[in-house]
Structures are given as C-alpha cells and as structure tokens.
Design a protein around this ligand. Structure first.
Ligand code: 5AD
Ligand code: FES
Length: 332
C-alpha cells in the first residue's frame, strides 16, 4: 500500500513543520506496529572499502582511517552474544571489501543461519553482480540494505567519483528486489547539493521501488573527507522525512538511525515518535567500534553490546514503546 499526495504537498512538508504530518505518521506507525520497536544487531565487520565516495569516512582515499577486518569466527561470536541479548536479526555491514569473496560471505551467512535458524540475516555490503546477490540469497540471507543515496543522477555524480554509477546502483536495487530479498534503499538528509527537488525525487523513487525498508539519517561531515567542512543535515528535516516516508509507504520498516542519535541526544527517540519503527544497536566488538567512522562524533563507540541493548530498551520505554524480541519481518 502506498498513498498518493500531490507534489506540492510533499514539497511543502519537506520544508515546513506541520503538526498534522507528525500526528498522522505516528498514527499510521501505531496502526501497523503498535508499541513495538524492532531491533537489529549491527555488526560492522570490515571498514576496508574500494570506493571513494566524497562523504564517507571509510572511503579508500582516507589514509587517516585505521582499517580492520573481523574473521568469520569473530562474526559468529558477535551473533552468539547478540542472540543471548534477544536479537533475532543480524545486520552485517562493511565497506566494499573484496577480501570477503562470494564464497566467504556465503559461508558467513550460512554459518549464522545454521547456528540461529530462527534469526534473519541482513546484508549491507554494497554493489555486487546479480549472481553474487543470488548466491548470498541461496545461502540464506533474508534482507539487503543498499541506500540509493540520491534518486537524482546529476546529484549522484556530485557525491561520487566517476568510477561509480547511478545506473549500476539502480540495477543493484532492481536485482535485489527481483531475487526476493526484503530490500532497503535510503539516503542522507542534508547531503551537499541536495535540494527540495532531489528529495522529492527520492520520495518518488521510494513510491516506485516499494522497498520493504528505508534507511535515512542526517549527513554528518567527517573531517578527513572532501566534504569535511560541509554543513550537517538537521534533525528537524530528518524527522520530517521520516514522517513523510511513513505517510507515503505506511508499512515500511524505518529505522531511527545512529546518525540521528549522533546529531541530537534524543534523536532516536524523536525518530520513533516521528514514525520510525526500527533501531539498530551496535554489536561490533568494542575494540573495532571506534574505527567504523563514516562520520565524526559517532555515538555508542565505547559501549559493550549489552550496554547498548539495554540502553536502547530504556530509551524506548521512556517514550512508551517496547523492544520486540522477534525477527521483525515486513508485514506485506
Ligand atoms: N554522514 C551520514 N551518513 C553517512 N553515510 C556515509 N557517510 C556518511 C556521513 N558522512 C551513510 C551512507 C551509506 C551508509 C552506510 O552510511 O548513506 O549508505
Ligand atoms: Fe548504544 Fe545507548 S544505544 S550506548
């Protein structure tokens, strides 16, 4: 189900606070998901990346980044700890790191599914060939996150070097959906050169793709990148977009992201109240947390998995919501 609003209305909501919007988004969120907030355990297993996106702190051109990789065994250990803490979805995220070839990634996915058959595995490892996506799916991966970053081709080219292509990114998202993944797209709010028109295109794109998940968070500059002195996106704009996305695509899985928690101490709580229904506490080993720095001042880098898990529970309870211990699948 997706709802139609006029272009004018959407553009108005992007730029202006409207209490009706917030109210309606919260109503829809409750209608579909009640007071449940789904949790995903995020495992950032490598910060090596062959890409050089201008906004990202782990871009290959950033010599200041200290690089790390987790072994399959270390990833399994994170999942075991996460399982004991009540996580039933694991999100494996990394830079585009060719060190993990298809076979290795398949072994990691099937290894997790063997150990925890009642859990969902989400991959977020970037652009791949269709046959790789198919292989991961056959190995048991349930979901895939690949933010489209912007649905405007000219804007895409301002955020990425020429080696990267908008067309290939779109091809990837189409392939993922066709293969049968619960698929997530998304973008940064307030990225350099973003306009009301490019955001409107993002919304149109979401309407067309009908993804099961949409990940959005504010752009936050990372000082060692080409965009290191650009202005950050705002919480207000991010909250408005969360509400708009809930409105145009009422049953979507919509996280209140770490980036939102980074620009405001109550960002994630406010994100849930604006229509989000997912949070993704970090399960990565504390020894590597500090190094997965897409942007500056990232929160939770010093906290053990258990601390993050219970901190999140308290935060959700403080606004009248419950953390759900289940896979938290998309409700078609
Ligand atoms: N600020 C906010 N989000 C960022 N991402 C990458 N760099 C930044 C940044 N500086 C987001 C991108 C990417 C996701 C994993 O993190 O949208 O897809
Ligand atoms: Fe990580 Fe609060 S959620 S410390």
């Amino acid at each position: 189900m997706t709802q139609n609003f006029s272009d004018q209305q959407l553009k108005y909501w992007i730029e202006n606070d409207d209490p009706w919007l917030l109210n309606e988004a919260q109503k829809l969120r409750r209608q579909w998901y009640g007071d449940q907030v789904y949790v995903r355990g995020l495992i950032e297993f490598s910060n090596y990346c062959k890409n050089d996106c201008y906004y990202c702190g782990i871009r290959c051109g950033n010599n200041m980044a200290r690089r790390y990789r987790l072994t399959p065994q270390q990833i399994f250990d994170c999942c075991r700890e996460g399982y004991e803490l009540g996580f039933r979805t694991f999100v494996l995220q990394s830079g585009e790191d060719p060190f993990y070839d298809d076979d290795t990634l398949c072994r990691i996915v099937s290894g997790i599914k063997e150990r925890h058959p009642d859990c969902a595995v989400t991959l977020s490892v970037g652009e791949k060939e269709r046959k790789s996506y198919q292989a991961f799916f056959d190995a048991g991966a349930d979901r895939y996150l690949l933010r489209h970053e912007t649905a405007d081709e000219a804007h895409y080219e301002k955020l990425h070097p020429v080696e990267m292509s908008y067309q290939n990114r779109m091809r990837c998202l189409r392939d993922l959906k066709e293969i049968g993944y619960q698929t997530g797209c998304g973008f940064m709010v307030g990225s350099p050169y973003q306009t009301v028109d490019t955001l409107w295109e993002d919304l149109q794109f979401i309407r067309r793709l009908k993804p099961q998940m949409v990940g959005i968070g504010p752009f936050i500059p990372q000082k060692d990148t080409p965009f290191g002195t650009e202005t950050a996106g705002t919480m207000e704009m991010t909250l408005r977009l969360l509400s708009i996305i809930r409105l145009i695509h009422p049953h979507v899985l919509l996280p209140a992201t770490t980036a939102l928690g980074t620009i405001h101490p109550k960002g994630r709580e406010l994100g849930i109240l604006a229509g989000a229904n997912v949070v993704m506490p970090n399960l990565s080993p504390v020894a590597v947390r500090e190094k997965y720095k897409l942007y500056d001042n990232k929160i939770c880098t010093g906290d053990e998995a258990a601390e993050c898990r219970f901190c999140m529970q308290k935060r959700m309870e403080s606004i009248g919501y419950q953390v759900a211990v289940n896979r938290g699948d998309f409700q078609p």
